[in-house]
Design a protein around this ligand. Structure first.
Ligand code: ADP
Ligand code: MG
Length: 706
C-alpha cells in the first residue's frame, strides 16, 4: 500500500506486514484500524543502555537502576548452581572484569555454551553475594573474533522500546513493528484540537509529535512530554464535559422552586420523631436551600451506615409535597424499597401524604393502576426500585428525586430520572445518598458537577460495633452466643456467600440452615432470606424478624444495604474473606442500630492475602471513611472507584491519583474556557467540541447541549 492511501480508518487487514492471523488477533484486542493502533499506548518502556564494559555494568548494578544492560564477553566457565532449582551459572569476562550470567530452568544451556565462546547478553544487572550478575538474559553468540571493547566511550542515554498490552496472537514486539511502520504517515494525518497559542502557553507538544513520541521516543523526556500532553487532553476533555453540563444545568434547566417557608419547615419538623443531630440539621439546611432555587439541585449526600440519611431524604421529599408536587425515592433492592415504604408510612402516619410502592414485584394490573395514579397526581410520594425509572412511568409533577445507597453512581440513571419531567428543560431536584465515601479525586472528576453534603456524626447513644475475627474451628462458640442472645430476646443475622451448595466449598445457605437448625441453633427460631424469594415471602420473613418471631435470620447479601432492625445485635458473617471491604462494612452496619451495642463476628480462614487484609481492616476500625481508604490501599489505584459503573470511558493515558496535579490544571483551564465560551461554539473550538461530544456526550447526557 502506498503511504498516500493510508487514513486513520484504514483497516488493520490492509496494513503492510499484517497477515490474516495477525489481523484477527488485532481485532480480538479491539484494534480495528489505524486510529485504534495510534491510541494503543505502551504500558511501559524497556530501557536499554548501550553496550558497556563489564566493570562499568557491575558499577551500575550496584545502583538501583532498572535499565537493561548490554554486555559482551568470553565464556570462562559453566557450572550447575547450588540449590534445588535448576540453575546454570555462566561466567563471562572482558578486559575490565567478569560477570555471571545465571540461567534458571534452562538446563540445556550447558550443552550450548562452552568456554572460549563469545556472546552478547541483555538484561537487568544486579549484585548477588557480592558478584554482578544478569539473570535469564536474552543472548546470542558472536564470532570468535568479535571485539570485546565498545567502540567509543560507553556513556549514553538508554534506548526506549515500547512494551504494549499484547495477546497470545499478537506479541508486544509484533505490535511495536506494526505501529512503527504506520507511525509517520498516521501521525501526519492528525489535526490538533488545541490551539497553538494554548500549547505554547502550556508547553505541550502537538498531537502529531505527542503520538510519535508516545510510541517511539528517542529520549525519556520526549516520552514524558507526550504522556503529559495526552493525559492532560483526557482530563481536559472530561472537565470541559462536566462543566458544560453544569453550565447547561444552571442556564437551561429549570426546576420547581420549593421555598422553605416557616410553615413548610414546621410541617417537616413535626414528622421527624427525634432531635436531628447537628450534622443532619446542617445537611437538611443545605438541601433545603438548594430546593428553594429554580436551578435543579444535583447533590450527593454522604453518611456512614446508620448516620441517619433516611430522615434527611424524607425532609427533602416533604418539601416537594408541601408545595403540591411529587417526590420519588429510588432504592437498589426491593427489600430496601419495601423497608423504606414501611418506615416512611409510619413516619407520615397522620399526614395527608399519599404514598405508593412501585417495585418489579407488582402485577401488571397493579402496576398499570399505580402508573395511572402517579401520572394523574393522585400519589405524592413514590417509593420504588429502579423499576420506577422504566420509560412508561410518567409523573404529573416530579419535583424531588432521591436515589438511596447509590454506591454505583449510575449517572445514566440520574439522567433517566431527569427525563421524567414534563418537558426537556424541566428537571427535578436530585439527591443521591451513599454510605460509601468517594475519594476526592473522583468527586473532582466525574462528579465535578455534583455538590456534596456529608453527615459526619452518628445519632446519640450509638456505641461502635465490636468486631472480631474467628477461625471456622471456633465457630461453635459463636453459635452458642447466638443461642444465648436469642434466649435474651436479641436477634442475629448470619450471612453466607451462596444460596446453593457448590464445588467452591463455601458455606451455602441451604446446607447451613439444615446444619444449624438441627445442631447448635436447635432451640432458636430461624428463617432464611435471599434474592429468590418473591415480595410476599420477603415481606413475611422480614416482618417475622422485625417483630421478634424469628431470632436468627440466615441471609445472603440481599440484606447488605439499608436493612434497619434495631433489636438485631449480632452479625455473623461466614467465609468473610470472600466479601469486599465495603460490603463487610455495610453488613456490619445492620447491627447496633438501637440502644444495645452491636457485635460483628467474621468467621473465616482467609485464603488470600487481600482477604486477610480486609478482615484486619474490619477489626481495626469502624469508621467508614477509614474503611474506604483501606479499600483503596488494598485494591490499589488500578480502577478508579465507581468510574466504570458511571459509564465514563476509561482513561487511556491519565491515571489518578498519579496525575492529580494535571487534573488541577485541566480543571482551571476548563473553567476559564467554559466561562469564556460556554458551549464551545466558537470556530476555533469546533474540533475540540466534536471530539469532546464523541468521548463524553452520551454518558454525560450532553445530547441536548450538542
Ligand atoms: P442510614 O444513614 O444508614 O440510612 P438510617 O436513616 O436508616 O441510617 O438511620 C439509622 C437509625 O438511626 C434509624 O433507626 C433511625 O431512625 C435512627 N436515627 C436517625 N437519626 C436519628 C437521630 N437524630 N436520633 C436518634 N435516632 C436517629
Ligand atoms: Mg439508609
Amino acid at each position: 500500500m502506498k503511504a498516500t492511501e493510508l487514513t486513520l480508518t484504514t483497516a488493520v487487514e490492509s496494513l503492510p506486514g499484517v497477515d490474516a492471523a495477525a489481523a484477527a488477533g488485532l481485532r480480538r484486542m479491539g484494534l480495528r484500524c489505524v486510529a485504534d493502533l495510534l491510541l494503543h499506548a505502551p504500558s511501559r518502556y524497556r530501557r536499554t543502555r548501550p553496550w558497556q564494559q563489564l566493570e562499568q555494568v557491575a558499577a551500575e548494578a550496584a545502583t538501583d537502576t532498572r535499565d537493561e544492560m548490554v554486555v559482551r564477553g568470553e565464556v570462562v566457565s559453566i557450572d550447575r548452581g547450588f540449590g534445588r532449582s535448576s540453575k546454570v551459572v555462566v561466567v563471562i569476562e572482558d578486559e575490565s572484569g567478569e560477570m555471571d550470567l545465571v540461567f534458571f530452568n534452562q538446563p540445556w544451556i550447558r550443552r550450548k555454551l562452552h568456554p572460549g565462546m563469545r556472546l552478547t547478553a541483555t538484561g537487568q544487572a544486579r549484585v548477588y553475594r557480592k558478584r554482578a550478575q544478569i539473570a535469564n538474559p536474552t543472548w546470542s553468540l558472536l564470532e570468535p573474533s568479535a571485539p570485546l571493547v565498545p567502540p567509543t566511550s560507553s556513556e549514553g542515554p538508554a534506548v526506549l522500546t515500547p512494551v504494549y498490552p499484547a495477546s497470545d496472537a499478537v506479541s508486544s514486539d509484533a505490535l511495536a513493528d506494526i505501529i512503527e511502520r504506520i507511525l509517520p504517515d498516521a501521525t501526519a494525518l492528525l489535526e490538533d484540537h488545541l490551539t497553538d497559542a494554548y500549547r505554547t502557553d502550556r508547553n505541550l507538544p502537538s498531537l502529531r509529535v505527542a503520538y510519535q513520541h508516545l510510541h517511539r521516543p528517542e529520549f525519556e523526556e520526549q516520552m514524558l512530554a507526550a504522556r503529559r500532553r495526552l493525559a492532560l487532553d483526557e482530563l481536559l476533555m472530561l472537565q470541559l464535559g462536566v462543566m458544560m453540563k453544569r453550565y447547561h444545568r444552571h442556564t437551561h434547566l429549570q426546576a420547581a422552586p420549593l421555598p422553605r417557608t416557616p410553615e413548610v419547615r414546621q410541617r417537616i419538623a413535626a414528622r421527624i420523631p427525634f432531635e436531628p443531630t447537628p450534622a443532619q440539621q446542617r445537611v437538611m439546611d443545605e438541601i433545603g436551600d438548594d430546593l428553594a432555587s429554580s436551578v435543579p439541585m444535583n447533590r450527593l449526600l454522604q453518611g456512614d451506615v446508620g448516620s441517619g440519611k433516611t430522615v434527611v431524604a424524607v425532609a427533602a421529599m416533604l418539601q416537594a409535597v408541601a408545595h403540591g408536587k411529587q417526590a420519588a425515592l429510588v432504592s437498589p433492592t426491593e427489600l430496601l424499597a419495601e423497608q423504606h415504604d414501611r418506615t416512611i408510612r409510619a413516619l407520615l402516619r397522620d399526614a395527608p401524604v399519599r404514598i405508593a410502592l412501585l417495585t418489579g414485584s407488582a402485577s401488571p394490573a397493579q402496576r398499570r393502576d399505580l402508573l395511572d395514579q402517579i401520572a394523574g397526581g393522585e400519589v405524592d410520594l413514590v417509593i420504588g426500585t429502579h423499576a420506577v425509572l422504566t420509560s412508561d412511568v410518567m409523573f404529573r409533577d416530579l419535583a424531588v428525586a432521591v436515589t438511596d445507597e447509590q454506591h454505583r453512581f449510575g449517572v445514566r440513571q440520574r439522567a433517566a430520572l431527569r427525563s421524567k419531567a414534563a418537558d426537556e428543560t424541566r428537571s427535578p431536584h436530585q439527591l443521591v445518598m451513599t454510605a460509601t465515601p468517594i475519594p476526592r479525586t473522583l468527586s473532582l472528576t466525574i462528579f465535578g458537577d455534583l455538590d456534596v453534603s456529608v453527615i459526619d456524626e452518628m445519632p446519640p447513644g450509638r456505641s461502635p460495633v465490636e468486631t472480631v475475627h474467628v477461625v471456622p474451628s471456633a465457630a461453635n462458640g459463636v453459635y452458642e452466643d447466638v443461642a444465648a442472645r436469642a434466649h435474651r430476646g436479641e436477634r442475629t443475622f448470619i450471612v453466607v456467600p451462596l444460596i446453593d451448595e457448590s464445588e467452591t466449598g463455601l458455606t451455602d445457605l441451604n446446607s447451613h440452615l439444615e446444619r444449624l437448625s438441627t445442631g447448635p441453633l436447635r432451640a432458636c427460631r430461624m428463617a432464611a432470606m435471599h434474592g429468590r424469594l418473591d415480595a410476599a415471602e420477603r415481606d413475611d420473613v422480614m416482618q417475622g424478624f422485625r417483630c421478634g418471631e424469628t431470632d436468627v435470620l440466615l441471609a445472603t447479601t440481599v440484606i447488605e444495604v439499608g436493612v434497619d432492625v434495631p433489636e438485631a445485635t449480632l452479625m455473623v458473617i461466614e467465609d468473610a474473606d470472600r466479601f469486599g471491604l465495603a460490603q463487610l462494612h455495610q453488613l456490619r452496619g445492620r447491627v447496633g442500630r438501637g440502644d444495645m451495642p452491636g457485635r460483628c463476628v467474621l468467621i473465616s480462614e482467609p485464603r488470600t492475602d487481600e482477604g486477610r487484609r480486609r478482615l484486619e481492616a474490619m477489626v481495626e476500625t469502624t469508621d467508614g471513611f477509614r474503611i474506604a481508604e483501606r479499600d483503596f490501599e488494598i485494591r490499589g489505584p488500578g480502577e478508579l472507584f465507581g468510574a466504570r459503573q458511571s459509564g465514563m470511558p476509561p482513561f487511556r493515558i491519565a491515571a489518578l491519583p498519579r496525575d492529580l496535579e494535571l487534573l488541577g490544571l485541566a480543571r482551571r483551564d476548563a473553567e476559564a474556557w467554559i466561562a469564556d465560551d460556554p458551549l464551545l461554539t466558537r470556530p476555533e473550538h469546533g474540533l475540540l467540541r466534536r471530539r469532546l461530544l464523541k468521548a463524553h456526550g452520551t454518558w454525560l447526557g450532553l445530547g441536548d447541549v450538542g
